[in-house]
Design a protein around this ligand. Sequence first.
Ligand SMILES: [Mn+2]
Length: 358
Amino acid sequence: MGPMKLGFGLYRHMLTPENFAFAHQAGATHLVAHLVDYFRGGGGGGDQPTGTDRGWGLAGDPYRLWTVDELVALRRDVEAAGMVLEAIENFDPAHWHDILLDGLRRDEQVAKIRQIIRNVGAAGIPIIGYNFSIAGVAGRTRGAYARGGAESVGMEGPYDKPMPRGMVWNMVYDPGAPDEPEAPATPEQLWDRLRRFLADVLPVAEEAGVILALHPDDPPLPTVRGQPRLVYQPILYQRVIDLHPSPANRLEFCVGSLAEMSEGDVYEATETYARQGRIGYVHLRNVRGKVPHYKETFIDEGDVDVFRVLRILRDNGFTGVIVPDHAPQMTCGAPWHAGMAFAMGFLRAAMMAVEAAG
Ligand SMILES: [Mn+2]
């Protein structure tokens, strides 16, 4: 097991040999790969999607599941760059929209997700991160929010413009859907959808040797676009754990999202869930403020004491991967890369210091 590990996350269009080399040069020993193309169709823009009322972009091909061959090829490319492929982050709305919406194709899509989980396991990739959310990561704004006017994302008030049909998880899966709002689920219905999903897929995940790690809601509000959300307070993560006892039922523990929540305490939450051994991997970024008014900041400003979070993870036996999640863009020729390199350098030093302190 050993110490905590520093990883790096890359969006689909960034899965290149150059970016693998960049990640390893910045200190990453592990990689988290996004296979959903959030930017397809041009809705989102940039290297950190915010999108429009029509979301980030178009979902992928419902009939093309990620194959063992392409997953193995990706793992080998990451290994050739000197790292371990730790996780695939997020399912494609094209593959599971009716699981989130409880639509007519739900059972067919459960079969697809089961197959994807089997494929990921067969390819030797240990974790799938996912975000069980109807509206998804919607309602964020972009501005000169971080130190020195660096551009980052945040929220400037609630976002409850109704979500149209044909959309879920802030992407469009059916561009021909009627132009009318998707009927809102109740919170109870949404929790029941997650419960049924976990019951249907966790036995397959266990058999495949894959951990499913749930991201909390981002932004963490009780509703976004009029649709309920699951984990918008730290205590609600416990409800996810208690839904299913499988050791494959874990958390994609996003410290930034937890810090944005209106209740609870990010340090107490870190201790509670690390102690239970339920953290699959960690997103570690910093933020100022709470929903519905917060701003993402550089890793060394903002409200979160990152050293304190790392000490709590270490003290509770967490030996998994920590990735920097998002970072503000820095003013230079490579704004995204510079911002991420700054976060990586800070995290590398902080993790070394915390581990050395014993
Ligand atoms: Mn996150």
